[in-house]
Design a binder for this molecule. Structure first.
Ligand code: TXA
Ligand code: MG
Length: 320
């Protein structure tokens, strides 16, 4: 694939913009697309060269597989074998921020790089109207990891995408700011038993209520979703968590009315859905200041679990 040198084109999500985005994907180009969780860096999941270009643009290690976005449950079933529980969950939570890791079917046609050689594939049917329109127009599987350089803060606006990857992609489809703001919940299956691989946009308790049981944790104890590496979502600055009294040199990100004096707030009223929606944008903004970052405690329920998971990785020691 030819390397795109100029700053990427911004497409509006009307019929013309959707058609242009679909045509770029058909030609093996990379297009950043909105989903309700975060922006994804999209390519045709059947095109090996295009899929390799995703890994190159992000600087993503080849052993970290990608999520495949589908326009319909029927395409999901052509690509993979969904256990009964996966089907039941897809029926309830798709379209939406739930990714299901399920066994590939023979003859699936996906580029092997998408699944990093695994026998399973991560499938998602997103709810964002522009993503759905594009998937329907493209009429095929779209591979898309979050549209950020590997290990950095995820993007929830076109501006975040352009800041991180602008010169490396053909276009950004502008779907505004993401409404959920945190990546999808990822479930795997051990036989038919659902296992939480990544906390995300659908809180575990909502899934457990439907399932009637607690979600399992992976029995292997190994990293099954490589995005679970400890340092991830990392700003350039040093990050300190559970801070109620910031140091004078730090930027303080608050949560709830008790943090009225904070420099930024994830949610002034203490609303966890709002905090998830604002999390990455606030981290991007706080990082722009060049100062160290301290963050108020976030309650560990509802979307708080996914928020705290991201914050712990943002604060973790880094290799580089
Ligand atoms: O909300 C989201 O999920 C966003 C939007 C763009 O869809 N995507 C996203 O992709 O967060 P990414 O690549 O940043 O995270 C995908 C995660 C990675 O941790 C990857 O290791 C895991 O999904 N994954 C993909 N395929 C897998 C598989 N077959 N088995 C286990 N984990 C898998
Ligand atoms: Mg990511």
């Amino acid at each position: 694939m030819q390397k795109v040198q100029q700053i990427s084109q911004i497409l509006t999500p009307d019929a013309q913009g959707i058609a242009q985005a679909a045509a770029l994907l058909q030609h093996g180009q990379l297009v950043a697309i909105p989903t309700e969780t975060v922006y994804g860096l999209a390519a045709d999941a059947r095109n090996e060269v295009a899929v390799r270009a995703i890994f190159a643009a992000k600087g993503r290690p080849a052993h970290n597989p990608l999520i495949v976005h589908v326009p319909s449950l029927s395409l999901a079933q052509e690509l993979a074998e969904l256990p009964d529980t996966a089907l039941r969950l897809a029926d309830i939570f798709w379209p939406g921020p739930l990714t299901l890791v399920v066994p590939l079917r023979l003859g699936h046609g996906l580029a092997p790089e998408v699944t990093a050689g695994l026998k399973t594939v991560a499938l998602r049917l997103p709810a964002h109207p522009a993503a759905r329109a594009l998937l329907e127009k493209f009429h095929g599987p779209i591979a898309a990891p979050s549209a950020n350089p590997s290990g950095r803060i995820s993007p929830t606006t076109p501006a975040h995408v352009i800041k991180g990857l602008g010169s490396r992609i053909a276009a950004v489809l502008d779907g505004g700011a993401c409404s959920v703001g945190i990546e999808s919940t990822i479930l795997g299956f051990e036989d038919d038993r659902p296992v939480l691989l990544r906390a995300g946009g659908i809180p575990s308790d909502a899934l457990e209520e439907v399932l009637g049981t607690d979600l399992g944790l992976s029995s292997t104890g190994t990293i099954t979703a490589p995005g679970q590496l400890m340092s991830h979502y990392a700003p350039r600055a040093h990050v300190r968590l559970d801070v109620t009294k910031p140091r004078s040199e730090e930027i303080w990100i608050g949560f709830g009315p008790e943090c009225a004096g904070a420099d930024f707030s994830l949610s002034p009223t203490g609303d966890l859905d709002e905090a998830a929606m604002r999390l990455f944008a606030v981290l991007h903004d706080a990082d722009q200041t060049g100062r160290d970052i301290s963050i108020a405690p976030i309650p560990q329920h509802g979307l708080g679990l996914a928020i705290n998971d991201r914050l712990q990785r943002a604060a973790a020691p880094r290799d580089s």
